[in-house]
Design a binder for this molecule. Sequence first.
Ligand code: PGA
Length: 251
Amino acid sequence: MRRPMVAGNWKMHGTRASVAELIKGLSDQALPSGVDVAVFPPSLFITQVIEGLEGKSIATGAQNSAVEPQQGALTGEVAPSQLVDAGCELVLIGHSERRQILGEQDSTLILKFAAAQACGLKPVFCVGETLEEREAGKTLEVVGRQLDSIIGQLGIKAFADAIIAYEPVWAIGTGLTATPQQAQDVHKAIREQLAAQDAEVAQNTRLLYGGSVKAANAAELFGMPDIDGGLIGGASLNADEFGAICRAAGN
Ligand code: PGA
């Protein structure tokens, strides 16, 4: 059985004061024991979050990491080994905002994925189509290609210790959520793509849905057979809302 997971992507939000408040709010949440819960603060706040959530079973991840595993001369970047040293367990790779706004290409994402795993940091690899691609009927082709870029270079076993997040770009931060069936259709295709190479990896890899998930729609999405939880943006900045989404994953 795959253990459900709910991850909060805080994006470029927060001040020391608001992060302290969010930590307090999260500490007060009753979280279901059967769900893996994680938060992804801006790098600046990772230490504050890890220290503030000590004793609470919430993992911390980074929103980005460098193409090189070890520290070195790479201005502005944070090495996966440094994130591990800080207490991070996970890292987002290929979020659509980084693909689209920062121009991150598949070739860069492959390096980041490999560097993260080399340090024992678990990648949460994000895939998803734009509205234009969906309307052109290219959703599965686009997502399949994004996934294949990793499988082709790093092999299917790379996903034995990674998580995949399907996030349709048109649903991120827009209030438009994929219907549970739309999301399930893509998740099923992703699992089949993994299964074509390795049935065990396909069976065990967690596939999260992201894109305007809220407490009000979480249960329905998480009820689909191939949706193993969510990657939550906006709603993860509200501890009560995020806690409710985590509880929905536990039911
Ligand atoms: P959203 O963001 O929940 O605000 O749509 C999801 C994400 O970008 O991970």
